[in-house]
Design a binder for this molecule. Structure first.
Ligand SMILES: *Cc1c(COP(=O)(O)O)cnc(C)c1O
Length: 224
């Protein structure tokens, strides 16, 4: 069960900074999500397509489902009718597929580009150069991509004890956000989301200008 007192104190801490809390409910049962919903929360994050689809069918229609895991192109169709925000776009092909599936439902799907700033080359996400390239393609083909809306960036910091490294990585993502804002989204009020920070590092992320944090274990307890 979620720790409602902890959730409420997180709200008290983060609401004044205008930071949206995504409660990451992956691997947690529907009753846990319902309990937090009943406490007034609406934004939930999931990592796996099938799990998100099953939960969405069982929870109230006004729940906001955030997809935060690695998304395969052939699975976009399962979530396109209801997903609220996809945090993990890491290729132009994926962006095009989201656009195509959104069109079928006559929707515009909001997305974030997942950027990668650490140094482990195996992780998902775009580096700075790849992000630029994707946005150049996007700019050139915007007229055929009316069913996706790029809202900002999502990124993770390395899992290291050295907080100065974590801080530096979040800062790099924020810098990137403003560079891209200037270059590609200057007149676009919707490019305004920086999704950074999890249970272990959200305070540092918010200090480095995150405005959307993805909190799992602090609210729902450890995943087994
Ligand atoms: C699991 C997960 C989270 C939440 O992690 P906690 O440490 O439990 O808060 C946040 N973001 C992503 C992308 C995740 O996969």
């Amino acid at each position: 069960m979620p720790d409602i007192a902890t959730y409420l104190s997180l709200r008290e801490e983060l609401d004044p900074t205008d930071t949206t809390i995504i409660a990451v409910s992956k691997l947690k049962p529907v009753v846990d999500i319902q309990a937090l919903y009943d406490a007034g929360h609406r934004d939930f994050g999931e990592n796996y397509v099938q799990e998100m689809v099953e939960k969405q069918e069982q929870l109230p229609q006004d729940t906001h489902w955030h997809f935060i895991g690695h998304l395969q192109r052939n699975k976009v169709k399962y979530i396109a009718s209801f997903v609220h925000l996809i945090h993990s776009v890491d290729s132009f092909k994926l962006l095009r597929e989201i656009n195509k599936q959104a069109q079928k439902y006559d929707r515009v799907i909001d997305v974030l580009l997942q950027v990668y700033v650490g140094d482990e080359a195996t992780k998902f996400g775009l580096d700075e150069k790849e992000t630029m390239e994707l946005l150049e393609y996007y700019d050139a083909q915007k007229s055929s991509l009316q069913h996706v809306r790029i809202r900002g960036l999502m990124g993770m910091a390395s899992f290291v004890d050295d907080q100065s490294i974590v801080r530096k990585e979040f800062n790099t993502i924020t810098q990137m956000f403003f560079v891209l804002k200037n270059q590609f989204f200057l007149a676009d009020e919707y490019f305004n989301i920086r999704s950074m920070g999890m249970s272990g590092d959200y305070k540092i992320a918010v200090a480095e200008k995150s405005n959307m944090v993805r909190i799992g274990s602090t609210i729902f307890g450890d995943r087994v």
